[in-house]
Design a protein around this ligand. Sequence first.
Ligand SMILES: Nc1ncnc2c1ncn2[C@@H]1O[C@H](COP(=O)(O)OP(=O)(O)OP(=O)(O)O)[C@@H](O)[C@H]1O
Length: 346
Amino acid sequence: MTILLSVDNISIAYQQQTVVKNLSFQLEQGDIACLLGASGCGKTSVLRAIAGFEPVSAGQISLQQQILSQPKQLIPAHQRRCGMVFQDYALFPHLTVSQNIALGLHKQSAAQRQQRVDELIDLVKLSAFAKQYPHQLSGGQQQRVALARALAPKPLLLLLDEPFSNLDAELRESLSLEVRALLKAENTTAILVTHDQHEAFAMADYVGVMYNGQIEQWASPYELYHQPSSRHIAQFIGEGVLVAGKRCSDDGRIALELGEIGIDVCPCEAGEEVDVLIRPDDIIHDDNSPIQAKVIAKAFRGAEFLYTLELSSGTKVLSLVPSHHNHQLGEMIGIKLALDHTVAFS
Ligand SMILES: Nc1ncnc2c1ncn2[C@@H]1O[C@H](COP(=O)(O)OP(=O)(O)OP(=O)(O)O)[C@@H](O)[C@H]1O
């Protein structure tokens, strides 16, 4: 596969203050990537630089081997063949759904335009709303129109800036899955910017976790969750706690209060201390286990309870337990480790 988008060592600065530093990543045709990070880490600045709204102070951005941005050179946004979907949908209130979608198709004949509009309206499942105005649609429907409008001219790259942040959590997750399916159906390459991990995990093939203007880890959602490359990512992605352990003699095992575990690559020598990442799905409830823990908090999640458990040393861990096991606060329950991957930090 050939690289479609190449972002090479870019820096972005506002009034001499560098907010993105030496950031790089590449996308192949059809990849969906997400820049994920806390507010202010620089993700929107990267997206705006790719769209052509912000210059770069170092490095370069190329699309299909054409340089779009480098210091003192900026191909204007409208010449980049990048579609953009914004947080606030940005639909024209006086135009119908069809007219909004047709906006970017002015260079085509009326018949071609109509065919593409019909195709997209169908794809986003809004055929029944073609003649409605944006104010007559729900937030989720409006965002689907915005997406259809951005996809209509077949952009080389689609940029989505927190597209679901005005929607409620449930709709956000279902719409992110829906949008992923739509992008895959059109084989569109896309970059999503969000601070919501559920959204990132539901939509993206690759996630770049940004911190302080840099990408700390670029990986699939599965790898990020199971093989975070730093303590910061381990704590930022998903739930879990770092539990203190000690490397046993030289057999590569680590002793924890919860029992001994194996590890492939250990960041420390025999006898040294390490912190091991324990996710809520790594601890299972087992009445016959000699390891007992006290329930100190519980959160009902429908199918499961997320229990906060205190071990005899006072260390707190989390455990996801099917919700028909309804334990009371203060109750002692048996638990055991069921670790698939061991992630440890020295
Ligand atoms: N136009 C601007 N002028 C000056 N500083 C800016 C400008 N735009 C962004 N910044 C600063 O750059 C840094 C990164 O901002 P950016 O919007 O890229 O972050 P973000 O990760 O997208 O945050 P959020 O999720 O809050 O939108 C922030 O410190 C911000 O204050």
